[in-house]
Design a protein around this ligand. Structure first.
Ligand SMILES: NC(=O)C1=CN([C@@H]2O[C@H](COP(=O)(O)OP(=O)(O)OC[C@H]3O[C@@H](n4cnc5c(N)ncnc54)[C@H](OP(=O)(O)O)[C@@H]3O)[C@@H](O)[C@H]2O)C=CC1
Ligand SMILES: CC(=O)C(=O)O
Ligand SMILES: [Mg+2]
Length: 764
């Protein structure tokens, strides 16, 4: 994507549909007069009085314990410099978003309009009673050092300047791992640090704590190498001033083992890299642009171990890996501060985690086949679910061991389980879906490309590398809409009504007629049919001119299903097709079936649908835990509808003993783990979190998914068609651009899976 396009996209992202990235949502009921009397006057007086009696009760009755202030004065915003408090707000809101999605912490951004250290400290102290923790952000050095030191001394809640310690923790973990790969010892390596600000000083101090030697370090600020013979050095810079009689970065880099960049973009040249020692470790962490471009660095030195602060390259060394999890651990034991022991514990936990086998979901999320500890993987990825499981407990334990925890954890298993639940509601399925599609994009026909939303979706998938679209529809309209969308990429356009495609028309019509000539189709009617987009598009897929197709945006579902079934038909050995919807809910993703095709399946059909749904869940990286739903529980009703579901479960238990499936079961027992376990301890689902729901008939499935979608505002992916001979998927009438994009990713993944199976057969 061009820089200009990226700029525009970033601005639209922040402006629409409502300005900003954060909003506040109530956590208590508020619909009745009774609710309001509790939420506000008179009921609210009771917790006020309890807190007045004992301040600690504020943690019991308010959101303080999970609320972190992200405070900046805008004096060192990323590597953009002193751009002021208002201009820092998008970054602070961004940190709030990351606190929420990674660690379920409510982060509120506060921008303070002062560069005066005393006034800043006073302001933070005065608002501190509101918060469980204070994350100081993007405040320039040397003021940042004094601000943090004094606030830590004067407040009894965790205070951390993230640019100092978050960065130090993450980079130290990556550094220790990189040294291991380079087979070098921290005591021996020579280190060049570009930058002498908040981040650089704190990182270098931590490396010293891990054994780096002062005489091996050269630090530079905006004026060049910081030398002992310089005048007016700040205390922080004095600690790292060198005896060496050198002045420039170029001189410092000769023979160096390590470069740490926490300064500004593009100050390191390929020549400087070439002058470094063997297996150089280069962490160019300035944001948004590193001290040297990643690709240039990799091209320059094959033996480099390279990291940046950016998410678009391997080895993202960015404090996003730290602050959500460090604060989570500190808040959960109500620590009075974040001390050295807690930081060290976080470093070790991060370094250790990198060397553990990487879960498949992380590979899928990043479009990798097999991430393993090595030059391109020296630090975990931010979307690694294990971070929330591993880092906060390590931090919490260190807080307890070092005596700063006011609410020690007693049951670690329960704590870990709570941590897992905290990460359940983000939209990782969508992420998985897109990354997986991007790993091997396929040619997808957009059968209704002459509709603005469909074309917009095609543009997004093209630009994001999710698919190679083929635009099917009226050519003149598509060209006009493309202009409107500034979609100038050269993409194939196929107009079934145009003469250009006569050869294909005849070929497709003949093929279609051959397969249906004994079912009343004439060659003439076949030719007429090929002028219809769904017949033509489906034939493109059948004939291998495309890998998949999506349609259904502008017509009712049954009208689109008919041609698809006629042309594509069922896969070999499959008795019926069905559809699955993935609902992104607060409790995590739920796979629902059959939402669109089989009106009243019998027991055997229900068993088939269940098995196909389980396969879909597995494809997306989830272990299916399946409830077969009914209005009754395990034999409680003699009615044939309940018996049908019971029989389907029996068939499944017999045919696939590894499948985690049970029923018949009511919805509340299926979704409520505790309820389920207490009443039906014998069930295969007892003690497990159900993620797949198979309904007894189409009505119940379809009504449920639409209700979830509308009332809960749950995002839905699907309906995903299963059982067809090719990757063809039909959206619901009027699907949104986002839904079309997701469906395209589904079609791509489906095509990838088919290709894999085909190749596996050939190699057999
Ligand atoms: N990847 C990550 O997780 C993180 C990255 N960072 C990045 O680190 C950088 C610094 O942030 P922070 O420490 O908070 O900011 P500060 O303002 O505290 O420090 C900036 C430092 O960079 C120095 N500097 C400026 N120009 C040059 C130059 N040409 N050569 C060498 N040093 C130079 C300044 O020198 P002087 O002292 O003379 O003014 C100062 O010491 C930013 O780019 C930021 O995005 C920060 C935190 C986390
Ligand atoms: C990542 C970060 O905090 C910074 O660049 O300032
Ligand atoms: Mg920062």
């Amino acid at each position: 994507m061009s820089k200009e396009k990226q700029r525009r996209e970033a601005l639209v992202y922040h402006a629409k549909p409502q300005p900003g990235k954060i909003k506040i949502v109530p956590t208590k009921p508020y619909s009745t007069q009774r609710d309001l009397a509790l939420a506000y006057s008179p009921g609210v007086a009771e917790p006020c009085l309890e807190i007045a009696k004992n301040k600690e009760n504020v943690y019991k009755y308010t959101s303080k314990g999970n609320l972190v202030a992200i405070i900046s004065n805008g004096t060192a915003v990323l590597g953009l410099g002193n751009i002021g408090p208002e201009a820092s707000k998008p970054v602070m809101e961004g940190k709030g978003l990351l606190f929420k999605i990674f660690a379920d912490i409510d982060g509120i951004d506060i921008e303070v309009d002062t560069e005066d250290v005393d006034k800043f400290i006073e302001t933070v102290k005065m608002i501190a009673p509101t918060f469980g923790g204070i994350n100081l952000e993007d405040i320039k050095a040397p003021e940042a050092f004094e601000i943090e030191r004094r606030l830590k001394e004067e407040l009894d809640i965790p205070v951390m300047h993230d640019d100092q310690h978050g960065t130090a923790i993450i980079s130290a973990a990556a550094f220790l791992n990189a040294l291991e790969l380079a087979k070098k010892k921290i005591e021996d390596v020579t280190i060049v640090v570009s930058g002498a600000g908040a981040a650089a000083v704190s990182c270098t101090k931590l490396y010293k704590a891990f054994g780096a030697r002062a005489e091996n370090i050269v630090m530079l600020d905006s004026k060049g190498v910081i030398r002992k013979d310089a005048e007016n050095l700040s205390e922080a810079k004095k600690e790292f001033a060198t005896d060496r009689k050198i002045d420039t970065l170029e001189e410092a880099m000769v023979g160096a083992d390590v470069f740490i960049g926490l300064s500004i973009a593009d100050i390191v040249t390929p020549e400087m890299l070439l002058s470094m020692a063997d297996n150089p470790i280069v962490f160019a962490m300035a944001n948004p642009n590193p001290e040297i471009n990643y690709d240039l660095a990799i091209k320059t030195r094959k033996d480099i171990i390279m990291a940046t602060g950016r998410s678009d390259h391997p080895n993202q060394v960015n404090n996003v890996l730290g602050f959500p999890f460090i604060f989570r651990g500190a808040l959960d034991v109500r620590a009075t501060g974040i001390n050295e022991e807690m930081k060290m514990a976080a470093v070790k936990a991060l370094a250790r985690l990198t060397k553990q086998p990487v879960p498949e979901q992380v590979n899928i999320a990043y479009g990798e086949t097999r991430l393993t500890f090595g030059r391109d993987y020296i630090i975990p990825k931010p979307f690694d679910q294990r971070l929330i499981h591993e880092i906060p407990p390590a931090v919490a334990k260190a807080a307890m061991d070092s005596g700063v925890a006011r609410a020690p954890i007693e049951d670690w298993d329960k704590y870990r389980e709570e941590l897992m639940l905290r990460s359940g509601n983000d939209n990782k399925v969508v992420r998985l879906l897109h990354s997986r599609a991007r790993s091997n994009p396929k040619k997808i026909v957009f059968a209704e490309a002459d509709h603005l939303d469909v074309l917009k979706a095609a543009q997004i998938v093209y630009e994001e590398g999710i698919a190679e679209p083929i635009l099917l529809g009226r050519k003149d309209i598509i060209l006009e809409l493309k202009k409107e969308l500034e979609f100038d990429a050269d993409i194939p356009i196929v107009d079934p009504l145009s003469d250009e495609f006569d050869e294909r028309h005849i070929r497709y019509a003949t093929k279609y007629w051959e397969s249906r000539k004994r079912k009343g189709t004439t060659l003439y009617s076949a030719k007429i049919k090929m002028r219809e987009r769904n017949y033509f598009g489906a034939m493109m897929v059948l004939e291998g001119d495309a890998d998949g197709m999506i349609s259904g945006y502008s017509r009712a579902y049954p009208t689109v299903v008919k041609p698809i079934l006629e042309v594509i038909g069922r896969a070999t050995g499959v008795k019926r097709v069905a559809t699955v919807n993935i609902m992104i809910t607060e409790r995590g993703p739920l796979f629902l079936a059959d939402t669109s095709i089989n009106i009243d399946p019998n027991a055997e059909e229900l068993a088939d649908i269940t098995q196909m749904t389980a396969n879909v869940a597995t494809t997306f990286g989830f272990d299916p835990v399946i409830a077969l739903l009914s209005y009754a529980n395990f034999g409680s009703s003699p009615h044939q509808n309940a018996i049908k579901v019971r029989e389907a479960v029996r068939i499944l238990h017999q045919s696939n003993q590894d499948l985690v499936v049970d029923g018949e079961i009511q919805m509340d027992f299926a979704l409520n783990k505790e309820l389920h376990e207490s009443k039906f301890p014998f069930s295969k689902l007892a003690g497990r979190k159900v993620n797949t729901l198979v309904f007894p008939n189409l009505e119940s499935a379809n009504i449920t998914y639409k209700m979830l979608k509308e009332l809960n505002k749950a995002d839905s992916i699907g309906p995903i068609m299963v059982g067809l001979r090719k990757s063809v998927h039909i959206m619901q009438l009027g699907a949104s651009v986002e839904e079309i994009v997701n469906m395209t990713a589904v079609a791509v993944i489906d095509a990838q899976e088919r290709e894999k199976r085909k190749q596996a057969k050939i190699t057999k």
